[in-house]
Design a protein around this ligand. Structure first.
Ligand code: NAP
Length: 438
């Protein structure tokens, strides 16, 4: 009997889970990959930084999976509004939520909703042409910007704010963002971390990359480091990262470079200032006590700025009918299991931690758990879903439609760039309705 699996979300977690299910169940599986957008690949398309183009080559592997006869991509279908999870659970043996963590966590301090404060997810979505964030219009007209958070997403945002437009031109960054960045006045970017270099979540490669960029000079105050002997207690990756930060501190700033990247460690944001838009941010000096706890020093300083990007982590979007852990910002689950026939995987399961590659073992793990715990009933699967959607007058986009969008984007690319993404849903509709022979 064929096992009918619906995977919701066609980003890395969704595709690796599909790949795992093909391997596990062979010919006895039919996989339907559902996405809210008409375009596949999730975070690879709208999350990965445009100056890290080589990471996106993994989509070739995903396309190979999508073209497997046992797999079908169905885009343009929103779970919760076009079809409910309960309905999917009656049609499929397994429903696996691979919806990631697309929503920015809020800072929760006064002023965090002022114009000029943007979440990193929204900012990244804006320059990467995610249709949800095209109206963002981040303020790039002041000399100083602040990024809150000490993870790789903060570094992604800092690089994009400071890279030379000529380098970004050859990437898939949206032309609207490229044009806005051309006129940016930002020369000083403060990366604010509430703890120190030993606790920062940057990776060594991303920190090392900063010094290879023509415009940027990283500025790290030497006094933020604990004694060098304490580095020995760090794991290897963290130690290499801290060593690079120490080198930046020892070399000092290169003022011939136009963008100064200030690493402000041991600073906790307390209030964002401004009446109608951001004019600055108040930050509290902190330190870590002997028990490893973060302690306020009582000293507050102000950084004037016109843009605050919060890069402090993400939340999964709730889905009606699926239990949700408000505190952790993801589905309530026990190692991927939500309820019989309902599972989650990737960031929707374990929170927004880890690289794209980390979703591969995750997908295989969940499929192994499904194989060990769940049998196959006689469910109607994909055909019944397509009938139901057609009865509702809902127009889906399939992988052939994506191939047409893909070809149109490649044809519209700036010189030397891989593609110009189509953002507007109406433009995509028009393209898909046009006669393919024309
Ligand atoms: P992250 O690595 O978890 O970093 C989040 C940062 O936000 C931490 O420094 C955290 O500080 C800080 N933070 C949280 N709440 C805060 C608050 N209220 N006030 C001030 N700071 C706060 O998350 P991320 O940067 O979003 O990255 C997500 C995952 O994607 C990571 O695993 C990352 O490595 C990965 N990623 C990888 C790449 C790459 O490989 N090039 C690129 C982008 C993302 P505390 O530690 O003090 O909580």
């Amino acid at each position: 009997m064929v096992r009918h699996i619906a995977i919701i979300g066609s980003g890395p977690a969704g595709f690796y889970t599909a790949e795992a299910a093909l391997q596990q169940f062979g010919d006895d599986v039919a996989i339907t990959l559902i996405d809210r957008l008409p375009t596949p690949y999730g975070l690879i398309r709208t999350g990965v930084a445009p100056d890290h183009q080589s990471v996106k080559a993994v989509t070739e592997r995903y396309a190979f999976t999508a073209r497997n006869p046992r797999v079908r991509f169905i885009g343009n279908v929103a779970i919760g509004s076009d079809i409910s999870v309960d309905e999917l659970c009656t049609l499929f043996d397994e429903v696996i939520l691979a919806t990631g963590a697309p929503r920015d966590r809020k800072l929760g301090i006064p002023g965090d909703d002022l114009p000029g404060v943007v979440g990193a997810g929204a900012f990244v979505g804006w320059y990467n042409c995610h249709p949800d964030f095209q109206d963002l219009s981040p303020s790039l007209d002041s000399e100083r910007a602040v990024i809150i958070g000490n993870g790789n997403v903060a570094l992604d945002c800092a690089r994009i704010l400071s890279r030379t437009p000529e380098r970004l031109e050859k990437s898939d960054i949206g032309s609207h963002a490229l044009e806005a960045l051309r006129t940016s006045r930002i020369t000083d970017i403060h990366i604010i971390g509430r703890r120190g270099p030993h606790q920062a979540r940057f990776t060594a490669r991303e920190v090392a990359e900063l010094n290879t960029l023509r415009r940027i000079t990283p500025i790290v105050p030497p006094q933020v480091f604990p004694p060098v002997e304490t580095d020995a207690g760090l794991d290897e990756g963290q130690r290499r990262m801290v060593e690079i930060l120490r080198r930046y501190a020892a070399h000092g700033a290169d003022f011939s470079r136009t963008t100064k990247l200030h690493f402000d460690f041991f600073r906790r944001p307390v209030r964002i200032l401004g009446d109608t838009r951001v004019t600055g941010i108040e930050i509290m000096d902190t330190h870590i006590d002997f028990d490893g706890k973060l302690v306020d020093s009582g000293r507050i300083r102000t950084v004037d700025c016109g843009l605050v990007v919060t890069a402090i982590g993400y939340r999964t979007d709730p889905v009606p009918g699926v239990p949700y852990d408000e505190e952790l910002g993801r589905f309530s689950n026990a190692d991927g299991f939500i309820a019989p026939g309902l599972w989650c995987v990737g960031w929707a399961r374990r929170g927004p931690v880890g690289t794209i590659g980390a979703n591969r073992p995750d997908g295989f793990h969940i499929v192994e758990r499904i194989a060990a715990n769940e049998g196959v009933a006689d469910r109607p699967g994909r055909d019944a879903l397509l009938t139901l959607l057609a009865e509702r007058g809902h127009k889906i986009a399939d992988f052939d439609d994506w191939a047409r969008i893909d070809a149109a984007e490649i044809a519209a690319a700036r010189e030397g760039a891989p593609r110009e993404k189509i953002v507007d849903a109406d433009d995509i509709d028009r393209l898909l309705q046009a006669d393919p022979q024309e």
